[in-house]
Design a protein around this ligand. Structure first.
Ligand code: NAD
Ligand code: MG
Length: 293
């Protein structure tokens, strides 16, 4: 395979304006994001691993779930019940790769559900080697007065609290060599004022990744974080961005286009695989060139 120009590997055309209610569905997105359904090639880097992916129905979480399966892992995915249609598509791709798919719908804002989710994933997969936390909530507001207490609470309850709850339960099962992968954002470093609560929650995820990695190193468990830049996904058109910004979404990056979720697949795989055995407490930017530091 020859190297491809990163500027033209995927489209930099204007995206049609569109809106969906929460949660946005990938099946209704135009154009469809590339989550590696056809394009990701596995090389057996996770043979027989057991993985749990939150937000695994669509976009970034879907890309991680599909890549894990194509690398040989059995995968449980969590998503909201309203996203069943998207989740069924992912299940089909995982099964077509010859691996087991476990679907566990439910709301991560419910503390008890988090414990049940991890327990069910462990029981149905017959083990647990990695927890990949991708689920997230992003709603923009024009100015600080638009950010209600309810908005802040919902953002933190979705983006931050489930890290505590899932990790606490997963420690009943994870063995030395296991990994936890979180998902922050370039917003955790460069906060946009229309996303005060979201950006703060993504900064919290970076901090938690580092403190958890310090604590869990003693157990032989590695914890790392992926910080994406602008990726084409349902999150953006269901209140994540003003609709007026959708056509040019991602075009102000150095590479001049939005990312496609499959361009994150390799880093999620790397952070769960043996090849990254000396890596913990790190944040990986995949941003189209935007700086994280
Ligand atoms: P997405 O809409 O496909 O994924 C978000 C997922 O979060 C949904 O599929 C849904 O299953 C899950 N979710 C939301 N609320 C939930 C709840 N209460 N309970 C259970 N699940 C819930 O969009 P995406 O862009 O792939 O987002 C995935 C992650 O990537 C998010 O954490 C997001 O913050 C992060 N991220 C996205 C971008 C981007 O540009 N798309 C950039 C940086 C970070
Ligand atoms: Mg979804």
């Amino acid at each position: 395979m020859t190297a491809q120009d990163p500027r033209t590997k995927f489209s930099s055309e204007k995206i049609p304006k569109q809106e969906q209610p929460l949660p946005g569905l990938q099946t209704k997105l135009d154009p469809k994001p590339d989550c590696g359904e056809e394009t990701y090639q596995g090389y057996g880097r996770l043979t027989d691993y057991k993985m749990l992916v939150t937000g695994g129905d669509s976009a970034i979480g879907r890309a991680a779930a599909i890549a894990y399966a194509k690398e040989g892992a059995d995968v449980a995915i969590n998503y909201l019940p309203a996203e069943e249609e998207d989740a069924e598509e992912v299940k089909n791709v995982i099964e077509a790769a010859g691996r087991k798919a476990v679907l566990i719908p439910g709301d991560l804002r419910d503390e008890q559900f988090n414990y049940e989710l991890v327990e069910k994933a462990y029981n149905e997969l017959g083990g647990l080697d990695n927890v990949t936390l991708v689920a997230g909530h992003q709603q923009y507001h024009d100015d600080i007065k638009g950010f209600t207490t309810e908005a802040f609470v919902e953002t933190f309850e979705t983006n931050v609290y489930p890290i505590f709850w899932t990790v606490q339960k997963a420690l009943d099962y994870l063995q030395p060599g296991a990994t936890i992968t979180t998902t922050s954002s370039i917003q955790g470093y460069k906060p946009n004022p229309i996303l005060h609560d979201y950006a703060a929650s993504k900064a919290a995820i970076i901090s938690l990744t580092k403190s958890l990695s310090e604590e869990l190193a003693d157990k032989g468990i590695r914890v790392n974080c992926v910080a994406p830049g602008p990726f084409w996904s349902p999150l953006q058109i269901s209140g994540g961005q003003p609709t007026s910004k959708i056509p040019e979404f991602g075009q102000n990056t150095p590479l001049g286009r939005p990312g496609q979720p499959v361009e994150l697949s390799g880093i999620y795989v790397h952070l769960a695989a043996e090849e990254s055995s000396y890596t913990t407490g790190q944040v990986y930017g995949v941003t189209g060139g935007g700086q994280i530091n």
